[in-house]
Design a protein around this ligand. Sequence first.
Ligand code: NYM
Ligand code: MG
Length: 244
Amino acid sequence: MSKRGAFVVIEGLDRSGKSTQAATLIKRLQESNVPSKLIKFPDRTTPIGKLIDSYLRSETELDDHAIHLLFSANRWEVASSIVKDLENGTTVICDRYAFSGIAFSASKVDPSSKPVDTSTSDGSSVAPTHSTRPPLLPYSWCRAPDVSLPAPDLTLFLDILPHIASQRAGYGGERYENQEHQERVRELFSRIAEEVEAEGVGRWVVLDGGLELKEVEEAIWREVKEALRGGDDGELGSVKRLWD
Ligand code: NYM
Ligand code: MG
């Protein structure tokens, strides 16, 4: 059997540079004659993806549970083809994955909900913000639909501060693209990182997305070369499943 490909996911907040870096990475892999393929979630081209696209552009309203399940279904549509590619020796680079699914949904709050606690030590009260409201969807509920999806061998998290991301071109056009929500998304990504490490569902590497493009590119390349070697034992083994 030929050596299987590596499954590499790039994650981060909106405008953290994922898509730019994913495009550069795939070019570099191809120049190095590594069979590879770039995929992205949401894949807005499928029937489910079109619903997601319309929701993100605020052209459609959907129940929060329903849209969460659609994002997951959009991954399940291609889950078996990801496994097939990996087994055939193709390295799959994936721009966002189930971790975005959890982070963006579990960070939602009901704007009309009662804030958790907004009183200050002197007894006065501050205006409620996103971070003082209770979550709309439980974390464990958000994680459940993606259980058993193919697990990445490596996740590269491009870390950026929400106020820096908000200054980048193209920010703010879609749902979720506001600093308060993104602060909460960033906290959830840290929680997910801890779980990925605790449960051994591949490596999770945090890279500074605020650096120059070229520096981020080199850091990514170092990690991906290591992943292609198969880590310490030089073996990627069979494709694992998320949270198994
Ligand atoms: N997003 C992405 C989710 O809410 N759930 C998911 O499962 C995925 C994959 O969609 N703000 C959010 C994150 C982004 C938005 O992604 C669209 P992109 O990469 O900007 O097209
Ligand atoms: Mg976006």
